[in-house]
Every structure is written in C-alpha cells, then in structure tokens.
Design a protein around this ligand. Structure first.
Ligand code: PMV
Length: 320
C-alpha cells in the first residue's frame, strides 16, 4: 500500500487562464506546454487503515498547507472510504511561486495514489484525475510538447512532439522565492468576472493554439517565440485589467524581459514566458543556453537561475 511517483513541472507556451466549469475544474481554453526535465516533485503515498488522518511532510518537515487539496485529489483517485494516507513530498524548487509546483505535485500524487492502491489506470485517466485538482497538472502526465484540448465534458491531453524531437532548453530566473499572493483559481475567476478583455482572450485562443502547433510541427523557433510571447502578454493583460488587478510581476521581472529583448536583438534564439508568479522562463535553443543563463543571472533582482531541458511525463519510481 505504498508507492512513489515523480513528476516534472510544465511551462505553458499557450496558456490556460479561465475556467469553464469551476466545480469540475474544466478549463475554458486549450493550452500547449513543455514538460521540464531538471525540476521535479516526488510524492510517496502510504495508505494505511490504521492511520486516523492524512499527514504530509514536505522536504522532511511536517507541513499541512497543501494537505486538503492533496487529500481531495487522493479521494478522487480512490473514492470514498479510502484508508488515510501518509504523504511524503520532496522537490528541488520553490513551491507555489509560479513555477508550476502544483502541476508536478498533483501529477505525482495521482500516479502514486493509484499505484499504492494497486490500481493501474491509463495515462489519459490519470491526466483527467490530476486535472481535477489543478488544470495544468494534467499536462505533467505527458512529456515533451503537450497539448491539452478543451472538449465538452472532459479534457484530452497528448504529446504533440517528444522532448527528443526538438530539444529546447528553459532558463528559469527566480526573482522572488516566496509563495504567490493570489492563487490561480481565485485569480482566474476574478479575470472571468471583471476583465473587459476576457472574452477576446477566449475567442482568440484557438488561433494561437493553431499557430503554436504549426510552429512545433515545423520546428520554427521564431514563429513559436512570436505566438508564445503574444499569448503570455495577452494572459497578463487580462490579469492586469481584472478588478482587483492581478499583477504578479515585480521590477526584476520587467528587467528580465528587457534582457530577453536585448538578446533577441543580438540574434539569440530565446523568448520569454511568465505564469502566475514573478519568475521569468526563457525558452532557448540549446546553443544559446549559456549566454541566456549568464545574461539573466546578471539581472539586478534575480536571486537564482535554473536551467532545464525538456523531459518526460509523470511516472512511478518505486512499485507499490
Ligand atoms: O493549473 P493551475 O490552476 O495552477 O493554473 C495554471 C495557470 C498558468 O500557470 C498561469 C497557465 C498554465 O497554463 O499553466
């Protein structure tokens, strides 16, 4: 009744922002992401009928902050009347700071919980279960370039190109290590209800998805850069024009964007994207990685720089 799974966060190039159905956590738009290789969350789930409650340790310390959401995620996988779980989580990057830690956490716990109970659902079923906890988590079940399609009652997730088919790198510039001020669920609903740009955001998503899918198919870096930056800035424009405004950026975020613009002017293959946090992710061609890392590390306010290649989907590391 014990299993351990590992999952890597994913970074959306075409973003998910807004829910069609909050109760079932269905996204209002499709999205395309890349799964990273170097950052990880490992989850061990130990189901034991003798436990009187679920428990959670994060990197060796008791920490109940994520426990209600993790517990509900296990409920959805195993159903009511399941035994309580001792959950041990370990990760090598800041949690809840806009680095998609919830994506890797919920992907890993979904895989671990099913295996701990002796179940072997398909990857599509696991993605659907993980997506109920965190929309972006569904994408971390798959590796490489991943598309989440927004169909009527469920989500359909698939790899559209394997990591090895187009080996890009991602340089993550950390500008603030603390947890984000507003969680994505609350912020998405604020945007849906109040941003005058929300309906345009939804209407235009399919054309951005088409452009990104084509750029990935053609391995056309500059086309992917153009549509990914546009889509990211459009999502942040929806956030900024919400009431109250949802602004995750700080001054170092802006300086990182400027550094990426300068590198692009120098001919480097790099583009930026940002999520619900102040960190900047610079996606780059492998040969540009050292220059991108050095440039972002020298930006005033950047406290840490991490480099990752593209990686695989969530998987078991220890059979139950
Ligand atoms: O899956 P959630 O609820 O953490 O929302 C993810 C939202 C963004 O990271 C901003 C965009 C995305 O597609 O990952």
């Amino acid at each position: 009744m014990r299993a351990t799974a590992i999952a890597q966060p994913n970074i959306a190039l075409i973003k998910y922002w807004g829910k069609r159905d909050v109760a079932r956590n269905l996204p209002a738009v499709g999205s395309i992401s890349i799964t990273l290789s170097e950052l990880f969350t490992e989850m061990q789930v130990h189901l034991d009928a003798r436990l009187s409650a679920d428990t959670l340790t994060v990197n060796g310390q008791a920490d109940s902050a994520m426990l209600p959401r993790l517990g509900s995620c296990i409920d959805r996988v195993l159903g009511d009347g399941r035994p309580h779980a001792e959950i041990r989580s370990r990760s090598n990057f800041p949690i809840a700071a806009g680095l998609a830690s919830s994506a890797s956490a919920f992907a890993a716990i979904t895989v671990a919980a099913a295996a701990a109970a002796g179940q072997s659902p398909s990857t599509a079923e696991l993605a659907s279960l993980a997506g109920r906890a965190s929309g972006s988590a569904a994408r971390s079940l798959y590796g490489g370039f991943v598309e989440l399609a927004n169909s009527e009652d469920d989500i359909v997730v698939r790899t559209i190109a394997a990591a090895s088919e187009w080996p890009l790198n991602v340089v993550v510039a950390i500008t603030e290590a603390g947890p984000k001020a507003v969680g994505s669920t609350v912020a998405m609903e604020t945007s849906r209800k109040t941003s005058p740009f929300y309906s345009s955001w939804i209407e235009q998503q399919d054309q951005d998805l088409d452009a990104a899918r084509q750029a990935i198919h053609d391995r056309d870096f500059s086309q992917l850069a153009a549509v990914a930056e546009h889509n990211c800035l459009k999502m942040h424009s929806v956030m900024w024009t919400s009431r109250p405004p949802v602004v995750y950026w700080n001054s170092a975020t802006m300086r990182c964007l400027q550094a990426v613009r300068d590198m692009q002017a120098d001919g480097l293959g790099v583009f930026f994207t940002m999520d619900a946090g102040p960190q900047v992710k610079a996606v780059c061609l492998p040969e540009c990685t050292d220059a991108v890392r050095a440039s972002l590390a020298s930006v005033n306010g950047v406290t840490e720089v991490m480099v990752s290649a593209l990686g695989d989907g969530a998987r078991l590391v220890e059979p139950g």
